[in-house]
Design a protein around this ligand. Sequence first.
Ligand code: ADP
Ligand code: MG
Length: 391
Amino acid sequence: MTEAVAKGESTLLCEARDKFVAAFGCEPTAASAAPGRVNLIGEHVDYCEGFVLPVALPFLTIVVGAYNNTDECRILSILANGQEVEASFPASSVAALTPGEPAWANYVKGVVANFPSKVRGFDAVVVSDVPMGSGVSSSASLEVAFFTFLEALTGNRVDPVEKAQLCQKAEHEFPGMPCGIMDQFIVTLAKKDHALLIDCRSLVSTQIPVESEDAVILVVNSNVKHQLTGSEYPQRRAQCQEAAKKLKIPSLRSADVEDLEELKLQNCDALVQKRAKHVVEEIARTEEVAQLLPQKEFDVVGQLFYKSHESLSKLMEVSCPELDQLVDIMRSSPGVYGARMTGGGFGGCVIALMKKEYVNVVKENVISQYKGHPIFFVCRPSDGARILQLA
Ligand code: ADP
Ligand code: MG
């Protein structure tokens, strides 16, 4: 398989519902959906309060369920490979919920623990076609889908920005991942045919129309995920915080080129200087792309994509040989304006802004040259999380 095809909301909802009836012996009463996402530009800057420009994908996590008149929350998740995983935990002592095994259930527990009202015991089934661990945020998709399911179940509707923040808090506290706000925000607030320019300092967001007759974003999943020490992401975050501290500013969002000089003068750690340079320049690139993309200035946007990749590879040091190779293949392929790694890095996906008519040629180039096993899809900006009606 080299092409990832989204199953679509109604197919996934049917699957989830059938599974729920088979597993729990009754009909679900509440249902929700939340997408995965891909970031067009603004990488490793959300935790520095920068600008990011993600879109939601048509891949979805669906949750269906019902109260079970017990004190237990019982959850069954059907993974893309057909494997079924289960978890259960008590509902009554939500305040006492703690992270534990199985690891995947921490994403759900964190959401239940942070939901603003008390939740009674429920049964739920999760089905998802969001690729896991591929940099398209299956984790935020699961969190936000679950939160939205709880909204449907309890009738307690939460403001979308607050919802994104609570899901981010859930990921910090339970899986222990100190992520920025981007993933939960786009998964919650996305709109079809638009990218979302998110100001991660003010949390003000602007819908940016990105539909074009001639250009597409081709996503190539490198199909690798390097297991390093696991502390790479928190380290980058800590290095950026150190730079801000040295500059006596709340975050690198407030830094500019002169501040980079100042870090040099202070003889600040070389790695910290590199991270800061990435963040300052990447934030500027992101604002530029948000302006130029609707004007269809694809050549300039493409160059900014290449610069972003270079910076993530050399300054932030979050790329890997597979991602670098994919970007190099794009650089030498016809019809490509620009390409970059997307997501946290060390594997996951590369995106290419390119002419529509060259998609097949580029895919063939990748298949013949890339050392790994690529999976492709053309990015179709899709809607954010929603409650689903069970007819
Ligand atoms: P990404 O968010 O880029 O896909 P992460 O490592 O942040 O990668 O999150 C992936 C983890 O999230 C998985 O290892 C698993 O624990 C959990 N997860 C995501 N989606 C599901 C799902 N549908 N069912 C169970 N666990 C899931
Ligand atoms: Mg994630």
